[in-house]
Structures are given as C-alpha cells and as structure tokens.
Design a protein around this ligand. Structure first.
Ligand code: DLL
Length: 432
C-alpha cells in the first residue's frame, strides 16, 4: 500500500526531470540567501546557471556538520526567523548542538514523507500508534507525530521512557503500531516477559524502528519476541529528521524519498561519487526544503545504494541498512554522542586530567554509558567528600550538555591506558 502512489512509483525518467527542476531552484535559493553557500560556490567558481543536468551536482561543494557549527545557530537558514515555525536540534561534535529550522511548508513536507514511511510500515487511518520516540528537540517524536496525524491514525504521544506505563496503555488503548528505537523495543519486550503477561493481551502488529543502527539479527529477535513486523526507518535532523528513507514490507533496503532528497554515495576519503552497488558515505541534497536546505550534506553514515526495482512497486532507489560511520559518533539510547563532546565537558570542569575512557554496554537491552575520568594528582589526595562532589558535577554537566545519563568513575592518576597513536577513547561492548 502506498501513501502517495504518484510520487512513490513515478517513472524514473520523469522523476529525474523533477529532481533537476527542483535542484536548480534550491541551488538558486541557497546562493542568493545564505552567505556561507555563496562564498563556497564562488571559491569553486560555480554559480546556479552551471547546473544544467543532475550530474552537475558534483560541481557543488559538500556541506559538513562543522559548517553548521560555524554558522550556529541560524546562519544557514534561507528565510528570516519570522518564517520559521519550528526549531529542532541534534548533537554537535562538541558543546553546541546542530540547529535546524522548518517553515510551515517544511512541516507539511515532513508530514508527507512520514505519512509515506508509516504507510510502508503498515499504519493506516484505523491504526492506534504509540509514539515512544522522545518528544522535544529530538526530531523523532514530533516528526512521526505529524506523519501519523496526516495518515489519520489515532496517535498516543507517549514519548520515551516510563516503560511499565507504556505497556499498560499499549494494552488498554489497543495499540497496534509501535514507533521507537529498536533497542527500546527490545527493552519493552523484555519488560513484558518479566511482567508475565499473556502477549495476546496486546494488539501490537507493526514496529517503526530507527534512529540508531540495528542488525538483521536484532530485527528477528524483536519480531519474535513482540510478534510483530518491524521495519527500519532512517533519517537525520540536518536533512529533515525521520522520513528520509524507509523500508517497505519487502524489507530489502530502505527507499529514499527521492522527490525530496537527492542521494549520492561517495568515497569518504576522495569525495568521488561512487556507482550503485558500491559501499561509501551517504550524501544528501534536499530538493524541497525552504527554511534550511542543505547541499551535498555529508552524513558520515556508510551504506550501499541500489537502483534495482523493488517487489513493492516503488521506484525510488534503496539504501542498505546503515553499516557504520566514518567518524566516531555513537548512538546511545537514541542520543547521538561524540567522544569530543564528553572531552569538552571534562576540560571545562578542570581538576581532572584530559584522560578519559567511555565504556558503552547493553545490559538487559538498555544501553549504559560509563565514563572513567583520571583525577589530577592534587585531587587524588583530596577528601572523599570532594571526590563525590566532583563526580556529581561531572554527571550533571554530562546530563545537561549531552542529554544522557552516565555513570562517572574517577580513577587514579596515570591509570588509564596511554597510546602512541590514536587514543582509544571508547570501548563499545554492545553486540548489536
Ligand atoms: O535520529 C532521526 C530519526 C528519528 C530517524 C527517528 C529515525 C527515527 P539525528 O538525531 O539527527 O536524527 O541522528 C541521525 O542517527 O546520521 C545515523 O547515524 C543514525 N540513524 C538514524 N536512523 C538510523 C537507522 C534521527 N535506521 C543519525 N539505522 C544518522 C542506523 C540511524 N542509524
């Protein structure tokens, strides 16, 4: 079943024409409204009139998270703030978040691509959908919320957490679609088993899972334990949020909604475009966004694209499940975390050495983060009370800056391993 058959199943030649027309417009839009883009284009000697075919996309510069940081908070917007009706944010690589803005029309586009995504996953106007992605600056909760309303489903805006209550309402309200991160879905399954409920009390049929990497093995596990059909959905705040790509019930790759997002796979080292079938970094150009369009945004996510027709009839290209990252970003309980963010917090606090180790684990299907921090020699001889205060201070700063709770373990000076090359800052014990 399709949400918008006209666009989802468009003949590819026609689709390419539409993409080119939209690309020309968006290039003009950023060139004339965002000084950052104009300068970058001029440095490369390109201007909007040079875009005559889709291949000319390669003449355009890439955009990175660092560029967004340099233009923090609203420097990349193409409209005045009076036209922006919503702002979201995701983790930056250090202290400041990456900020994205939407016009009213962008919210409309977002609801459209999410209506497609949810329909791919089995949601209809008769569904009762429980949204257990976080609501707030994170794009997951509100993004999917608008899509679900567009489809006409009955929406339960639960947000994340409160697991027993989630299950109680799931039973009482007859939820049949669950939208959350895959690790939270497993945690819900586990809690359900512990509560010794009869699974038949739940009407759950479909899962709409994403925002973090998960494997086929994990899918099988979730599908078996919750007795549902689970699809993978992909997106990132910089491009729009969830709604960039979605699996259909064929579950053989995620269809990228190409009438809105123009994808490329590049070699992350040389920046060369790679052909279909080759593994590389995903890059997106938004074709319709007004408030905050991006040109060739480097996602750092590794995937493979295929153009082969899909059994579902959608003509949009598919990307494989995300296979990794080209940087050191981790997703812990749905929150993007860069080791450099932790470092920035620690250095601000002082009293400790810039030696730290992040230990990520998955205990009972819940991600845990422990941060081991080396004390300075002077602090080491200090009183226990001082150390407890320090631990508390670090925990609360990490919580407020990264939006994630962590266990802090202060360790003796010189006790963390030193390295001669790249420091190993992360031990990830999760078996995804
Ligand atoms: O995670 C948007 C989203 C919300 C997607 C809900 C799906 C569902 P950010 O917080 O900006 O946006 O994080 C984006 O998360 O670059 C990937 O590294 C990772 N990611 C998102 N979806 C998937 C997925 C949202 N299905 C970053 N598989 C991306 C693997 C994913 N990684």
């Amino acid at each position: 079943m399709y949400w918008n058959e006209h666009f989802e199943c468009m003949n590819r030649e026609e689709l390419k024409e539409l993409q080119l027309m939209r690309l020309k417009k968006i290039v003009e839009r950023v060139f004339f409204n965002v000084p950052f883009y104009r300068k970058k284009f001029q440095e490369l000697g390109v201007e909007p009139a040079d875009i005559k075919s889709l291949d000319d996309l390669r003449k355009l510069p890439f955009t990175t998270k660092q560029d967004l940081r340099d233009n923090y908070p609203f420097g990349m917007f193409t409209v005045p703030m009076s036209e922006i009706v919503r702002v979201h944010a995701s983790s930056g690589t250090t202290g400041k978040p990456t900020v994205v803005g939407y016009t009213r029309e962008d919210i409309n586009t977002w609801a459209e691509v999410l209506a497609r995504t949810l329909t791919c996953g089995g949601t209809t106007k008769n569904s009762v959908i429980q949204i257990a992605y976080g609501y707030g600056l994170f794009t997951g909760g509100l993004g999917i919320h608008y899509g679900a309303e567009r489809v006409g489903a009955s929406v339960i805006p639960m947000s994340a957490g409160n697991t027993k209550r989630q299950l109680m309402l799931m039973k009482d309200f007859g939820t049949n679609v669950l939208a959350c991160t895959p690790s939270y879905a497993l945690y819900l399954a586990e809690t359900l088993e512990k509560m010794d409920w009869d699974r038949d009390k739940l009407k759950l049929k479909y899962g709409i899972f994403g925002a973090e990497p998960w494997s086929e093995r994990m899918r099988q596990e979730i599908e078996k334990r919750l007795q549902i059909s689970a699809i993978d959905i992909y997106g990132l705040s910089e491009v729009i949020g969830p709604g960039v790509a979605s699996e259909c019930q064929g579950k053989k790759g995620l269809h990228i909604f190409e009438d809105h997002f123009l994808p490329e796979i590049i070699d992350p080292v040389t920046g060369e475009s790679l052909p279909f079938g080759e593994k590389g970094e995903l890059v997106f150009t938004t074709l319709t966004k007004e408030g905050f369009p991006v040109i060739r945004y480097r996602t750092r996510d590794i995937s493979i694209m295929t153009e082969e027709p899909c059994s579902c009839g959608r003509t949009h290209v598919r990307m494989s499940k995300v296979m990794g990252r080209t940087d050191d970003m981790m997703v812990i309980r749905g929150v993007n975390v860069f080791p450099t963010q932790v470092e920035a917090v620690l250095l601000e606090i002082g009293e400790i050495e810039p030696h730290y180790l992040l230990i990520v684990d998955r205990i009972g299907n819940l991600d845990s983060l422990e941060i081991q921090v080396e004390l300075s020699s002077s602090m080491f001889s200090d009183k226990i009370k001082g150390l407890e205060d320090l631990e508390r201070k670090i925990r609360s700063r990490i919580d407020s800056t990264l939006g994630i709770s962590a266990k802090i373990k202060l360790v003796e000076p010189h006790s963390l391993p030193r390295s001669e090359g790249k420091a190993q800052r992360v031990i990830d014990r999760r078996k995804i």
